[in-house]
Design a protein around this ligand. Structure first.
Ligand code: ACO
Length: 322
């Protein structure tokens, strides 16, 4: 039986910061509203493509793992804001890193994308043919934003995080995962004026306008993540006390509080960095994981519970042994 050990981690946050106070100078909102409703204080804005953010995070993860790019067998980029749909951006990352032996594909499960990618790469390694995989969550969601639409303009930020997975015999890495999709909620969070959707030809549809019903997303997110978290704990035969650190998707501080309540885990075990970066979609989990390791919060043998939800509405939870 093989496992996929997390041997490397890295992140890339653009340098340009947009604080709530600055945002409030051109969006009809306030620092007080944003902080109270979401916990966000600031976010980063990228002036480079998503693939560049992905490449930098990936290169840093390879460096921590101590392996060369040409040793990689697989690259998965979880993103819903790729530079191009054709070709995928995993191929750009492969080219720029010099990982010419790696299979490379993008995965769109929105904010749950990294957990979908982590499970996919882990199972591919466990099947035996892949030795080293790079899983990246990377987004440039601010590119889609209509700054006149205040309900969404305040929520998102740009960034990327990555992990290297390496084949091993010891039981470590992703121990349990449950992924799902609440498709009845697919219209509560959507950018319909994109791709081959017939809505693209609707003259009334604005440039990348978000369909967004925040309260409905909130309710469905708590339900999906909470149920998935309890299920993976049960399957891993773990009590909530056995979890050392919670690495949640960073969409809203109140959603993180509700998740911890559902899983009966004290909130102080949750790693929260939403105040600095906002919602970076598929990148929130790997960025948070990376920061928690850098700060010594995730240590060797830590048991981590991660949970996420996103457009689709996709949801998922994982138990990871560090
Ligand atoms: N500034 C000031 N007021 C605002 C803003 C803003 N930025 N946005 C909305 N409001 C107003 C609304 O107009 C409304 O006013 P009204 O009562 O006079 O009509 C009021 O604030 C309340 O709005 P609600 O939507 O009810 O606020 P709520 O408490 O639900 O919080 C929020 C909104 C923060 C969006 C919350 O619902 C949420 O976090 N939902 C989850 C969204 C999310 O993060 N999704 C992530 C997935 S993204 C992906 O997959 C790519």
């Amino acid at each position: 039986m093989y496992y996929a050990e997390i041997t490397g981690w890295g992140k890339c946050l653009p340098q340009t910061e947009l604080t709530n106070d600055t945002l409030s100078t051109f969006v009809d909102t306030s620092d007080e509203w944003i902080q109270t409703r979401t916990g966000i204080q600031s976010r980063r804005i990228s002036h480079v493509d998503t693939s560049k953010l992905a490449e930098v995070a990936g290169a840093r993860a390879l460096q921590t793992a101590g392996i060369d790019a040409n040793e990689l067998d697989l690259i998965i980029v979880a993103t819903c804001s790729p530079d191009t749909l054709i070709p995928n951006i995993a191929s750009k990352v492969q080219l720029d890193l010099g990982a010419s032996k790696a299979a490379a594909f993008d995965m769109n499960a929105a904010c749950t994308g990294f957990l979908y990618g982590l499970e996919t790469a882990t199972r591919m390694i466990q099947a035996g043919n892949y030795r080293h995989a790079l899983v990246i969550g990377a987004e440039r969601l601010t590119w889609y934003l209509d700054w006149g639409q205040r309900d969404t303009a305040v929520l998102f930020g740009d960034g990327a995080g990555a992990v290297v997975l390496s084949k091993t015999d010891k039981p470590t890495g992703l121990l349990q995962a449950q992924l799902g999709c609440d498709a009845e909620g697919r219209d509560v969070l959507a950018i319909p004026n994109f791709g081959t959707s017939m809505d693209r030809f609707n003259p009334n549809a604005g440039h990348f306008t978000f369909n967004f019903i925040g309260r409905d997303i909130f309710r469905r997110a708590v339900r999906g993540m909470g149920a998935a978290a309890n299920l993976v704990l049960q399957r891993a035969e773990l009590e909530s006390d056995d979890i050392d650190v919670v690495i949640p998707h960073q969409a809203n501080k109140r959603i993180i509080e509700a998740l911890c309540e559902h899983a009966k885990i004290p909130l102080d075990k949750a790693f929260i960095n939403i105040h600095k970066y906002g919602n970076t979609s598929a990148a929130t989990v790997p960025i948070a994981l990376c920061e928690a390791v850098e700060q010594g919060i995730v240590k060797p043998n830590s048991k981590i519970l991660s949970a996420a939800f996103g457009a689709g509405l996709t949801w998922g939870a994982s138990v990871i042994q560090w």
